[in-house]
Design a protein around this ligand. Structure first.
Ligand SMILES: [Zn+2]
Length: 348
């Protein structure tokens, strides 16, 4: 495409989101609905794509009473008479896959998702208390988190199960570069890491539309966290590479249908903003580490500008601070040293 059609700021073609129980047609045969979430982030977007006489569903909302009730309204009103044909889950997070098992069983549907995301969803069920054992407790404590904060983080697996119905025992694997035919459309599957390990995005060149899951959002910087089972992992490096690939691969005027916030045009602009945002956080961390070595717990207020007391937020904040620290270490700009306050990042 010519650079003349490249938007310089984000554009929001749909000023207002659908109300709970409503759907909005964003392209002929592509529909957008919303479900509520009981968090500070209070909603998730789901989409339907015409699939013959029925509709393929992309993401499902969390499993709780309010979501199930909203689904009953969707099924009775805007979707009345239209069968669901299959479910595609972008990634294993509760707000995206929570009701997949429930819907699959109820309507005898297949669930399509990437291999890694499906296994992540299964793995948590195998031993939800696994995080409460070693070496995970010591891992959090070693980075300067207190006892209470550590217990909150260790309880994450059990929290997850409360929000996710058991997924089906079999799935259909989606991989990068698959061509996914839904009705008359052919989507190209793309995958991206960082926010989750193998998030699936579906791009329709004919519609100039991408269903992006949480990989790129208009207002929110998607959480990028180091997991306790991969303590030296570099999810931020993977995430930045994914943003770069999206920017290079997709047209600048593609309509992005994201998992949260409003649909937008301006993927390149937003990718650049997110890259700059993470670079600024890395710089702030390095500045703080030049004054004195900082534990990851101490870095949370450095990058978020405040203490985080909400347990749900702290899980994300700690993982995110560590993701920046690990990238900085890989870049060779800092190293880990032992201090009386725990392991700390020291500028080199
Ligand atoms: Zn997510």
């Amino acid at each position: 495409m010519s650079t003349l059609t490249m938007p310089k700021t984000l554009e929001f073609p749909f000023a207002a989101p659908p109300k709970i129980g409503e759907v909005v047609e964003v392209r002929p045969g592509i529909f957008w609905a919303r479900l509520a979430l009981p968090f500070r982030l209070d909603h998730v977007n789901i989409y339907f794509v015409e699939d013959g006489a029925g509709l393929a569903l992309i993401d499902t909302g969390i499993d709780n009473k309010a979501s199930r009730a909203a689904w009953e309204i969707l099924l009775a009103l805007p979707l009345a008479g239209r069968k669901l044909t299959r479910i595609i889950a972008t990634h294993f997070h509760p707000d995206h896959i929570g009701l997949a098992g429930w819907l699959c069983e109820r309507f005898d549907l297949e669930l399509a998702m990437s291999h890694t995301e499906y296994l992540m969803a299964l793995n948590i069920r195998l031993d939800p208390s696994a995080l409460k054992s070693e070496p995970y407790r010591s891992f959090y404590r070693s980075h300067g988190l207190g006892e209470d904060e550590t217990e909150i983080l260790l309880g994450n697996g059990l929290q997850y199960l409360r929000m996710v119905a058991p997924p089906p025992r079999t799935f259909l694997r989606l991989s990068a570069e698959d061509r996914v035919k839904i009705g008359e459309r052919t989507f190209e599957a793309m995958t991206g890491a960082g926010h989750s390990p193998e998030q699936v995005m579906l791009y329709s060149p004919a519609d100039n539309v991408i269903l992006s899951g949480d990989q790129i959002l208009a207002k929110i910087s998607p959480n990028v966290s180091v997991e306790a089972m991969d303590p030296d992992g570099d999810p931020l490096g993977l995430y930045l590479r994914s943003l770069d690939r999206l920017k290079r691969t997709l047209p600048g005027d593609v309509l992005v249908l994201p998992g949260h916030n409003l649909p937008f045009v301006g993927l390149g602009v937003r990718a650049d903003e997110l890259i700059a945002h993470h670079e600024a956080r890395c710089m702030a961390i390095l500045e703080a580490c030049k004054v004195k070595p900082q534990t990851v717990a101490e870095l949370v207020p450095v990058i978020f500008g405040r203490r985080i007391d909400d347990p749900h937020q702290l899980v994300f904040a700690f993982g995110e601070a560590l993701a920046h620290a690990n990238l900085i270490i890989r870049d060779g700009a800092a190293r880990i040293v032992q201090t009386p306050r725990g392991l700390a990042l020291e500028a080199v």
